[in-house]
Structure formats: structure tokens, C-alpha cells
Design a protein around this ligand. Sequence first.
Ligand code: GZL
Length: 312
Amino acid sequence: CSTVLAVGLVTPAMAADLTVGFSQIGSESGWRAAETSVTKQQAEQRGINLKFADAQQKQENQIKAIRSFIAQGVDAIFLAPVVATGWDAVLKEANEAEIPVILLDRTVDAPDDLYLTAVTSDTVHEGKVAGDWLVQDVGDKPCNIVELQGTTGSSPAINRKKGFEQALAGHDNLKIIRSQTGDFTRTKGKEVMESFLKAEDGGKNICALYAHNDDMAVGAIQAIKEAGLKPGTDILVVSVDAVPDIFKALAAGEANATVELTPNMAGPAFDALEKFKADGTVPPKWIQTESKLYTQADDPMKVYEEKKGLGY
Ligand code: GZL
């Protein structure tokens, strides 16, 4: 078990003096931008001083930001780790400086005593929910699937692939015929989907797309339309995040399903931090957020309107 030092107890009133350094990956997707705005709103509401660093999806920038936060003597560090490996050394430096680290939305391959807690969804489960939907929708028809993976080496990309493949196990009529990273962005998602379509007889050979996030799916939908095919019918589209724009695609019949990821990881993270600082309560190593499936049957434009108020 981990021995986490209660580094000085603060009362809720004193929480206002808390300074948190947040090393954010970037703004590669609509979901990421929403996570950033929710984190800033949460800090504002709680009177917490947030130092924000955007790494433009580069791990070395995140490591630099963490070292700078340590040098500034922040009270805690929030980290959304762009990839899962390569964090041990800098997390040890934070540990030695007695600065607790909380992971947001992605995990790291490092001993769990190097961070206070991780606030994430179950990304394997997300992939399984997406795959289960496709299995039940396709039935026993043959279905060639193309896959747009998230950022190579990131925990969601690794796990969403794993969960999706778990769902396909035992259903040999469903086959992943091409799989490549689209780096969680619309632009790359469109580009890679164009290459899939070219390689597969203009898309005639493709029955479904599984994209590890909605932004890549939205980019791919554009490519499918430009290839003269109907996304959502000629090629089924299933993805993850449940950002507002995928609900517009669901309402237009151009996407079929998405698995929701809340952009509010910071709320539970700040709650755990304030409690830890106030009375030394050590949170569980994993604070899990929910994953809900949405399809065309879920009044997409109503959900779209609701989503617009949640940091998007
Ligand atoms: C998953 C998160 C992913 C989102 C993408 O928890 O890290 O990163 O699904 C984002 O939209 O780029």
C-alpha cells in the first residue's frame, strides 16, 4: 500500500490558498477543450489558483511543465498524461517534493504510489460497449471494420482497442481489416479514413468504422461523404466521447452510436484534493467516471442542446 504524506492540513477556508499546476495534453479534440474549460470553471468556483500548461500533445512539454510546477512549489499537480509510459522519474521528483499528483482522464504505467489518485473512465469498458453495440446491430452478417485509433501509446487508445476486440470475440463475421492512429483529431481522422476508402475499393468493402473518439469519427464522416457513400448506412459509425457534434451526426443519420465520457474529471479531483489537504483523507487510487451508450434513438438534438451547457 502506498504511504502518502498528509502534507500539512488545511481547513476548507484555507482551501482558497491552494495552488494547483495542471499539465494538460493540448486541445486536440472537442472533448479535451471541454475538459480544460470545466477544470478552469471548477477552480474558479472553488477559489483555487490554477496554473495551466498546454503541452501541444508533447510529453516533453508536460515533463517540463511538471518540473516548473515543482520549482514554483505548487500544492498539487493535475496531469492528463499524453502517453502511458516515461513518467516515473518526474513523478518521483514531485513525490520527493511532497507534491501530490492527480491523474486526469488517462493513466500511466508507473507504480501507483507515485500519484494520489486517477480520475478516469473505464476505457476498456468503453471499447466493449462500442463493440457490443456493433455486434448486436450487425447480427450474423459479414462486416469488415476499419478502426481509427487514438494517440499511439495512450491508455485510452490501448484500452479502447482491447475492449472493442473483447466484444468481437466469438463473432467471426465481424473483422477489423484496417487499423491506424488518427491521433484523436478530426483532420487526421479524415485523412486516414480517406486512405482506408481508397485501399478498400472506394469503401464498398467496408461495413463499419470504429473511432476511438468522436472527433476522428466526424472527420471520417466527411471523407465517407466525399467518397459518395452514406455514413450511418453504407458505413456504420460508432465512437466514444459523446461530444455535441456527434449528436448532430446521429440526428442526421450519419453516425450510429457513441459512448459518453464526461469532461468533468476535475470536480472529483478537486474534491479528493481538498479533503486530502483538509484532513489527510487518502482517496482510492481510482475514481471512476461513468460510460453511457447513446444511439439515434436517444433524441440526439435534445442531448446536443443539453451538452452545449457542459463546458463545450
Ligand atoms: C479519454 C481522453 C481522450 C478523449 C479524446 O479519456 O484522454 O483524449 O477520448 C481526447 O477526445 O483526445
